[in-house]
Design a protein around this ligand. Structure first.
Ligand code: ZN
Ligand code: ZN
Length: 134
């Protein structure tokens, strides 16, 4: 079934990252209430395993030219893989990381995939605080 996909371009290799809008839920549907909202999600590139922040809100610094939405049959499932806690005290907005996996991948295969992810040096929570990967 065709559905709405958000298409981001990998900050490392430039390949498209297609995330199912339905899986992301309301994250990019409501208008940004404050100009300071960075409002982004983490996504991993299927091709080069780079993880970075992406946003569909034009006011966010994580939104870049060329990001678009399209209606198509998803090739892979968009899976909420894990969340990263923000290092800032009192900040309660963890960064949600989404991966593109095929439906048939096992938990073990997913763990192995996460182990080789390359974290962006500028990874931050949806409010813009830097996240340090230990
Ligand atoms: Zn990439
Ligand atoms: Zn934060």
């Amino acid at each position: 079934m065709p559905e709405v996909l958000y298409v981001f371009l990998c900050k490392s290799c430039g390949m498209p990252i297609r995330l199912q809008a339905q899986t992301l839920g309301r994250i990019f549907q409501a208008p940004v209430s404050q100009a300071t909202d960075i409002d982004s999600v983490g996504a991993v590139c299927f091709h080069c395993k780079h993880v970075a922040n992406y946003s569909f809100h034009r006011s966010s610094p994580d939104c870049r030219p060329g990001y678009r939405s399209e209606v198509a049959n998803p090739i892979r499932e968009t899976v909420y893989a894990k969340q990263l806690r923000c290092g800032e005290e009192n900040c309660k907005t963890p960064l949600r990381i989404y991966a593109q996996w095929s439906e048939s991948t096992t938990d073990e295969e997913r763990e192995k995939d996460i182990a080789i992810w390359k974290w962006d040096a500028d990874l931050h929570c949806p409010r813009g605080h830097k996240i340090e990967i230990a």
